[in-house]
Design a protein. Sequence first.
Length: 220
Amino acid sequence: MDGGPPLSTLQIERWGLVPYTEAIGAMEQVLAERIAGTRPDTLLLCEHPPTFTVGRTRGASANILDPGDAPVVPVRRGGDVTFHGPGQLVGYPVLGLPTGRQDLHAYLRGLESFLIERLAQHGLLGERDPRNTGVWLNGRKIAAIGIACRRWVTWHGFSLNVDVDLSWFQRINPCGMDSSLVTRMADHLAPPPTLPAVEDEVADAFAAWWSSWREGGATG
């Protein structure tokens, strides 16, 4: 589109603590603008107040055990039930997958690689589980990924447990598994990292990762 933004650049927006439904509404607007070509690829970074989300996996709602006062929100992404709350870094990459790289499986694997690299900055050995998406540390899940795509523009994304209160996960079967199989960076590092510091690291590294991935590298 003549006069539009250069779509090869990456814009990063840091929203702070924002209610989940408010963030989704704003992300849908970003998605519409990216599809229309009126904004470049964008990474949205934020935290949410305690919220349970239910993806499109069949029977996912059965994994909500006791939500308490936290809202339960159905969402249009892949995956099962998960939790979002303070101390968890949430990233919503709204990215146009270029011709030749329109492969959602490869994109998901790339996000896993990106998060594994961020953990490695702290000396933590993140890894994949061949049966489940996300990133694992010592056999426990530390990052969840659930993506959606419209006209080859991605939305939704990832959540990384930094110092989130893990007791919330006991109210669900997160991603269909036992809540004891969830961990956070704070349980493996002393002193524990702060969420703003981890957010800085993600913001600093994502543009280079995305540039490499869209050109055919960083596949993981």
